[in-house]
Design a protein around this ligand. Structure first.
Ligand SMILES: Nc1ncnc2c1ncn2[C@@H]1O[C@H](COP(=O)(O)OP(=O)(O)OP(=O)(O)O)[C@@H](O)[C@H]1O
Ligand SMILES: [Mg+2]
Length: 379
């Protein structure tokens, strides 16, 4: 790597009794990068953040920040801003005093302290509430104050654990772009934990998808969305349809796969799995196109009974029952269904997709050890 990483995790492991909360995590975050960590509840996100912050010590592995190993560096010397749900503001102090706190602890004098705090408050759009007491603020306002409190000391790294969790949808979207532009402006490295994958897709330079204490994939939002590496990622991110089958034929860059629902063609993109090999492939819900049954496309066509139907703005979300316990998610822009009868519950719908829309998952034999060797079990 040309530039030294700002944050580097090597084989970081933390156990609580019998539970391995994080399990051999490896990650490199560049300076000024915004990394979002997403994953189901209990997968180890907060544990990872606490380890980076120094609030807990790993049982194995190493944590480096700006080229320095962190074992013996206490939390307050790590130059990290924390926006954690558990890090309460001081309820009896006003907004200004809360934001100034870190600077006061550093012994900065009153005038620069106030100037910096006002700047941070302006950045989060709360300068007019500087004299409000914390207990008189809404949940979203409190979170913004927590963010200003972290920003004001201009740390090398900010860790945000579910910072936008309790905001309503509109405020959340506003805050997302504010947060992102603040981060760009200040050039601060951000590691951000979220339950909300939409948020991560919008804000992050890279996304780390975590499952059971491990990273399943660390990649750009586009890659995560378009080229999930594992079944877990495909199921967790976006609206994906997952098919399993056996390779029937692999020729001229096209792989034909026999599934319970027919034979489907997939662009191999350099991969040519052997005949009879068991494989899994993914087709996004928004790649599905409605066709008239019996009409032209003869390949990659399935029919199912509509069992779920929902309008989300100008997009229609449908769930088809393909039989033998398989569902198919279809996401269709309204304009594409013009001239067709509106879909109804219980009606049969036929859809198609192109061979290029299907994405082969790497086979389990290739993914079992997908972490680089040096990032595993290092101590
Ligand atoms: N102090 C602790 N003592 C014992 N077990 C813990 C402790 N902290 C976390 N765990 C366990 O470690 C695992 C990971 O927890 P963690 O809080 O990191 O998950 P998370 O990904 O942040 O979940 P959520 O999305 O719900 O916040 C869980 O099984 C949790 O019960
Ligand atoms: Mg958590």
């Amino acid at each position: 790597m040309a530039m030294e990483s700002d944050v580097r995790l090597v084989g970081v492991t933390k156990r609580f009794g019998k539970v391995t909360a994080v399990d051999g995590l490896g990650l490199e975050v560049s300076r000024g990068e915004f990394v979002s960590v997403i994953g189901p509840s209990g997968c180890g996100k907060t544990t990872m953040m606490r380890l980076i912050a120094g609030l807990d010590q790993p049982d194995a592995g190493q944590i480096w920040i700006r080229g320095e190993r962190m074992e013996r560096v206490p939390p307050y010397e790590r130059n990290i801003g924390l926006v954690f749900q558990s890090f309460a503001l001081f309820p009896h102090l006003d907004v200004m005093a809360n934001v100034e706190f870190g600077l006061r602890m550093r012994g900065e004098s009153s005038q620069p302290r106030q100037e910096k705090a006002v700047r941070a408050l302006r950045a989060i759009g709360m300068e007019n509430l500087a004299r409000r007491r914390i207990e008189q603020l809404s949940g979203g306002q409190k979170q913004r104050v927590a963010l200003a409190r972290a920003l004001v000391v201009e740390p090398a790294l900010i860790l945000l654990d579910e910072p936008l969790g309790s905001l309503d949808a509109r405020l959340r979207i506003e805050m997302q772009s504010e947060l992102k532009s603040l981060q760009r402006q200040m050039g601060i490295t951000f590691i951000h934990v979220s339950h909300n994958q939409g948020e991560a897709l919008v804000m992050a330079d890279r996304i780390a998808v975590m499952n059971a204490g491990r990273f399943e994939q660390v990649a750009t939002p586009t890659e995560i969305y378009k080229e999930p590496r594992t079944r877990f990622v495909a199921e967790f991110v976006g609206r994906n349809n997952i098919f399993e089958g056996e390779v029937a034929e692999s020729r001229n860059g096209i792989v034909r796969v026999q599934t319970r629902h027919g034979v489907f063609a997939i662009e191999g993109r350099g991969r040519a799995p052997a005949e009879r090999q068991k494989i899994t492939f993914v087709v996004r819900a928004d790649s599905m196109r409605t066709v008239d049954a019996g009409g032209p496309p003869t390949e990659n066509v399935v029919s199912g009974v509509i069992k779920g139907l929902e309008y989300a703005g100008s997009v229609m979300l449908m769930v088809l029952d393909l039989g033998s316990d398989q569902e198919l998610k279809v996401e269709q822009h309204e304009s594409l269904s013009l001239g067709r009868a509106a879909p109804r519950h219980g009606a049969t719908l036929t859809v198609t997709w192109t061979a290029a829309d299907a994405h082969l998952l790497p086979t389990p034999s290739l993914t079992a050890h997908h972490m680089p060797e040096e990032e595993r079990d290092v101590r």
